[in-house]
Ligand binder design. Structure first.
Ligand SMILES: C[S@@+](CC[C@H](N)C(=O)[O-])C[C@H]1O[C@@H](n2cnc3c(N)ncnc32)[C@H](O)[C@@H]1O
Length: 403
């Protein structure tokens, strides 16, 4: 049962959160500040999951006494992402987060980057807890806000929480990749789950001059947010944001398992060699792993695990059975041991991307951009017409695989 929290308790905490966001440079706009002050975030997160670091499992946390209530409120009114739903990952018996209340600093940065003005209609992809829909309803009026989530239970819960606070935005249980044509066109689209490509429906449902904030992420889990403008024609174009944010991936279904199982590895004998490229370069929020994805075949599977010899390895697998495993610790010669098999030399693709990345002088996120049309996606550096360009394979191979 949800814990009741008096206004006299949560309002000062929401005010403190707004101060923290301002002091950290995340919150500038007084209208969004008002929304942070007015919306009780705890109503949207009655329980959450925390990772039990020892066992690596997710444990459900529900406040049930004064101490746990205070710990819960401290977290809720802080710039922290709280995981609110989990599912089995790729049928492997390992649990992965599938829904959350995104950290308010990222959410507010995104809402400010959305550049809304009064009267605009906004579509959110990924309702989750409904907290962000509440902030937008407060700022723009609930009649202007539509939000979709793939999971009907999340929509039911979000609708109830929002209504309890007097907000009745349009909520729908649907695959956000289809947009929400019957309620469009939209001035703004904000996606809080990651995709590999911008669905054509979003390009079509965005008004000329409209803005879409999307998180593009590929099979290595590397990506970032982009602010894309629509012109008079159905083309979206814009740059990656200069700061990094990350979201969970779009799901094709709201099932107990997220993602397809990894492709089977070829039974061909493997070969070995050394590589000077640290597999750790594929981790984290830099642009390089994003670029590497453009040099690998669609439908890749990427994992970090401990192999049979107790060594931490980065593994890549492709749908044609090709695979490679690279030790994450260097050997005595400073190189990383690489084992690989199959028709596609996957690590060579990563090395080619690395050489290109170095040749380009390791540009930052905002130096890259995307042009998306209904038939083609193109990543570019510097200038959309004259700079180096890379095609983004579409349609989204991950989404296809999951359907
Ligand atoms: C990071 S959470 C959203 C956070 C949310 N905006 C909030 O304020 O709490 C991402 C959400 O995207 C949803 N999602 C995943 N795949 C989706 C899809 N195909 N269509 C719509 N929503 C999807 C997930 O169910 C999850 O609730």
């Amino acid at each position: 049962m949800a814990v009741m929290v008096a206004e006299s308790r949560w309002r000062p905490m929401a005010a403190h959160l707004a101060e923290v966001l301002q002091a950290d440079g995340d919150l500038h706009d007084p209208a969004w500040r008002e929304a942070v002050l007015a919306v009780p975030r705890h109503e949207f997160i009655p329980r959450y999951y925390r990772q039990d670091n020892g066992a690596g499992r997710w444990v459900l946390v529900e406040p049930n006494d004064e101490d746990s209530t205070q710990r819960w409120l401290d977290l809720v009114y802080s710039p922290t992402t709280l995981i609110t739903d989990i599912a089995d990952y790729a049928g492997r018996g390992v649990q992965a987060p599938v829904s959350s209340s995104t950290k308010p600093d990222l959410m507010i940065r995104m809402l400010e980057a959305l550049e809304v003005t009064d009267g605009m209609r906004v579509l959110e992809i990924g309702t989750g807890t409904g907290y962000n829909a509440a902030l937008m309803s407060h700022r723009l009026g609930d009649k202007q806000v539509c939000s979709v989530d793939i999971d009907p239970q999340l929509i039911t819960d979000a609708r109830q929480r929002l209504a309890g606070l007097g907000y009745t935005p349009t909520l729908a249980a649907a695959d956000g990749a289809a947009g929400l044509a019957e309620h469009g066109p939209f001035d703004r689209i904000i996606a809080t789950c990651a995709l590999w490509a911008v669905p054509t429906t979003w390009i079509e449902q965005l008004r000329p001059g409209g803005l879409a904030l999307v998180h593009i992420e590929g099979p290595l889990g590397a990506g970032n947010l982009l602010a894309l403008r629509r012109g008079d024609t159905p083309v979206l174009q814009g740059r990656f944001l200069p700061w990094w944010g990350c979201f969970m991936r779009r799901r094709a279904t709201a099932g107990p398992t997220v993602g397809p199982p990894p492709p089977a590895r070829t039974t061909e004998a493997s070969t070995t060699r050394d590589t000077t490229l640290d597999p750790g370069e594929l981790d984290g929020g830099k642009y390089f792993p994003f670029l590497a994805q453009l040099y690998l075949p669609p439908g890749m599977f990427h994992s970090i695990s401990i192999d049979d010899n107790d060594v931490a390895v980065t593994e890549l697998r492709a749908p044609d059975g090709s695979w490679c495993e690279t030790n994450r610790e260097p050997g005595a010669n400073g190189c990383f041991a690489l084992r690989q098999a199959g028709p596609t030399p996957l690590w060579a693709g990563v090395e080619t991307a690395w050489d290109r990345w170095r040749e380009l002088r390791e540009p930052a996120w905002h130096e890259f951009g995307l042009t998306a049309t209904p038939t083609e996606h193109r990543i570019w550096l510097g200038d959309p017409q004259d700079g180096p360009r890379w095609p983004l394979p579409t349609p989204d191979p991950l989404a296809e695989a999951r359907s």
